[in-house]
Design a protein around this ligand. Structure first.
Ligand code: NAP
Length: 475
C-alpha cells in the first residue's frame, strides 16, 4: 500500500502544469492525504485546446492498436499499484478496485482490436428500377477534438471508456476527471504517454469548474462532449454545450424484478450483488428490489441473511466487501434518505447506520412507492424492497421513475421475460442477471433522464468520436 502522498499534476499534451494551486485528495475512510494535484486554469484550457488541434499527422490503425495494446500491458504490470490507488482515493474496497482494473484491461483490449477492423460499408446502387451502376462507400473520420468528463464511482474504468475509444477513433481528447478521484485518471494518462501516445492527443485537466469544465463544454472548437455523471450536471451540460455532439450517460434507479416463479437463491444473490457491490455506487446498481407479493416473506428472510455477509469496513482489507461511499456528505445524505423512508412507514431490517463515510449495507422493507429512496437515485448500498401484485403492476412500478438505464428480471417464464424486454422503458433488460451485467464492448446507455439513448460501450463509443463520410464511384 502506498504510504507517502502522491504528487500528481494536470498535463497539457504531456507537459506538467506548473503553479501553486493544489487540489488535495483525501481518503474517504480515514481522512489521510492520498495525494495532491496541480490544477489548471483558464489559460491552460486554451493551451490544451491549441495543442490538441495541432496534433498533425494521423496515426495509422496499426499505430493506434499498438498504443492501446501497450497500455493494456502496462496496466497489467501496474495492476496492484493502480488498484491500491483506486481504493485509497475512492474508499472502494480493494477487491472492487482489483476487479475494476480487469474491466479497464478489457476496454483497452477491445478498443485495440477495433482499430484493426475496417468500419466502412458498401451500398450497391443498381438495386431499384431507378438504380445506377455505381457503389456508395462509407468511411469514418475522427472528430477534431473531444472533451471527456467523468465521475468518481469507477475512477479508472469510466476514464478508460472515454479515452480508449477516442484514441481508437484517432480523435484528440481533453479529459476532465472527477476532482474526487483524479489520481487514477492521471496515472492512466501517464501510462498512455508511456505507451507512445502522441502527447497532443491527450491532456488531463483538473481545476475549478468555471475555469476548466465549463469553458471546455462551451468552446466552439470542441466537436464532442462525452459526459458521464449525474442528471443535473448532464442536463446543464446539454444546455450549455451549444452546436456540438453531446453524449450523456447519467444516473439510474434500476430495479431487480423478482417474479413469483423465480429461483429464490438466485434472486437473493443477484439482489445482494446488485445492491451492494462497489458500495452501491454503480449507475446500474440495484436501487429497487421489486418482488411478487406472494414470495416476499420467503425472499426477505434469505435476503437479510445474505446481506449480512457483505462486511463493511477498511477498504484496504482484502476481506472487506463494502468500502466507504465517496465522502461523509454522501453517507449523511444516504442516512437521511433511510430515516425519511422510516418516517414514511418503512422498516429497516439490516444496517441503516453510518460511521464517517462508511454506510452500512442496508435492507429496508415496506417502503412506500412515493418515498425519496424509491423515486430518486440513492447512490450507495441501500436495498429498498417493494411488492407488486402481478406483471402489469411490476412493469408500471418499474417504469414509474424518471430514470431508464437498466433492469434485471428474475424469472424462468419466457413469456414474462419477453414482456419485460418489450415493455420496460430502459436501455437494457437482463434476464436472470443484475442490471449492471455487460461486456465492455456491448452497447450501453439509458433513456429518459438516464441519457439520450446514444449508446457507449467500446464499439459504439468509437463511432461517437467520428463522423461518417460517404463517397461513390461508377462500378
Ligand atoms: P457529477 O457530480 O455529475 O460529476 C461528474 C463530472 O462532472 C465530474 O468530473 C464533475 O467535476 C463534472 N462537473 C460538475 N459540474 C460541472 C459543470 N457545471 N460542467 C461540466 N462538468 C461538471 O457526478 P458524480 O457524483 O461524480 O457521479 C455520480 C453520478 O454519475 C451518479 O448519478 C451515477 O449514476 C452517474 N453515473 C452514470 C453512469 C452511466 O453510464 N449512465 C456511469 C457512472 C456514473 P467535479 O468533480 O470537479 O465536480
Amino acid at each position: 500500500m502506498q504510504t507517502q502522498p502522491i504528487r500528481a499534476t494536470s498535463y497539457i499534451a504531456g507537459e506538467p502544469v506548473q503553479n501553486n494551486r493544489l487540489l488535495e485528495v483525501k481518503s474517504p475512510y480515514d481522512g489521510r492525504l492520498v495525494g495532491t494535484v496541480t490544477t489548471a486554469g483558464a489559460a491552460d484550457v486554451e493551451k490544451a485546446i491549441t495543442r490538441a488541434l495541432a496534433t498533425g499527422t494521423k496515426l495509422t490503425r496499426y499505430e493506434r492498436y499498438q498504443i492501446l495494446e501497450k497500455t493494456r500491458q502496462l496496466l497489467s504490470e501496474h495492476r496492484k499499484e493502480i488498484a491500491d490507488l483506486i481504493s485509497a482515493e475512492s474508499g472502494l474496497a480493494i477487491r472492487e478496485a482489483v476487479y475494476e482494473t480487469g474491466r479497464a484491461h478489457d476496454v483497452l483490449m477491445f478498443a485495440a482490436i477495433e482499430c484493426l477492423k475496417d468500419d466502412g460499408q458498401i451500398f450497391s446502387c443498381d438495386i431499384s428500377p431507378a438504380g445506377k451502376a455505381r457503389k456508395i462507400f462509407t468511411l469514418r473520420e475522427p472528430l477534431n477534438l473531444g472533451v471527456a468528463i467523468t465521475p468518481f464511482n469507477h475512477p479508472l474504468n469510466q476514464v478508460a471508456h472515454k479515452i480508449a475509444p477516442a484514441i481508437a477513433a484517432g480523435c484528440p481528447v481533453i479529459l476532465k476527471p472527477s476532482e474526487k478521484t483524479p489520481l487514477t485518471a492521471i496515472r492512466l494518462t501517464e501510462l498512455l504517454y508511456e505507451a507512445g501516445l502522441p502527447k497532443n492527443m491527450l491532456s488531463v485537466l483538473l481545476g475549478p469548474t468555471n475555469e476548466v469544465a465549463e469553458p471546455l463544454v462551451k468552446d466552439h472548437r470542441v466537436d464532442i462532449v462525452s459526459f458521464t455523471g449525474s442528471v443535473p450536471v448532464g442536463k446543464h451540460i446539454a444546455a450549455a454545450a451549444g452546436y456540438k455532439k453531446v453524449i450523456l450517460e447519467l444516473g439510474g434507479n434500476d430495479p431487480v424484478i423478482i417474479m413469483e416463479d423465480a429461483d429464490l437463491d438466485k434472486a437473493v444473490l443477484l439482489a445482494a450483488e446488485g445492491a451492494f457491490r462497489n458500495s452501491g455506487q454503480r449507475c446500474t446498481a440495484v436501487k429497487r428490489i421489486l418482488i411478487h407479493q406472494k414470495i416476499k416473506d420467503a425472499f426477505v428472510e434469505k435476503f437479510v441473511k445474505k446481506a449480512g455477509e457483505y462486511t463493511c469496513g477498511d477498504p484496504a482489507d482484502p476481506e472487506t466487501l463494502v468500502g466507504t461511499v465517496i465522502d461523509e456528505a454522501a453517507a449523511i445524505c444516504l442516512e437521511n434518505m433511510v430515516n425519511k423512508a422510516v418516517a414514511q412507514g418503512a422498516r429497516v431490517l439490516l444496517g441503516g447506520r453510518r460511521r464517517g463515510a462508511l454506510m452500512e449495507p442496508t435492507v429496508i422493507d415496506d417502503v412506500p412507492r412515493h418515498a425519496d429512496i424509491v423515486v430518486h437515485e440513492a447512490f450507495g448500498p441501500l436495498a429498498p424492497i417493494l411488492t407488486f401484485k402481478d406483471i402489469d403492476d411490476a412493469i408500471a412500478l418499474s417504469n414509474s421513475t424518471a430514470y431508464g438505464l437498466s433492469s434485471g428480471i428474475v424469472t424462468n417464464n419466457m413469456d414474462d421475460a419477453l414482456r419485460f424486454v418489450k415493455e420496460l422503458k430502459v436501455g437494457t433488460v437482463n434476464i436472470n442477471e443484475v442490471p449492471g451485467y455487460r461486456i465492455e464492448s456491448s452497447p450501453f446507455g439509458g433513456i429518459k433522464d438516464s441519457g439520450l439513448g446514444i449508446k457507449e460501450g467500446v464499439i459504439e463509443a468509437i463511432k461517437c468520436f467520428t463522423f461518417v463520410k460517404t463517397f461513390s464511384l461508377p462500378w
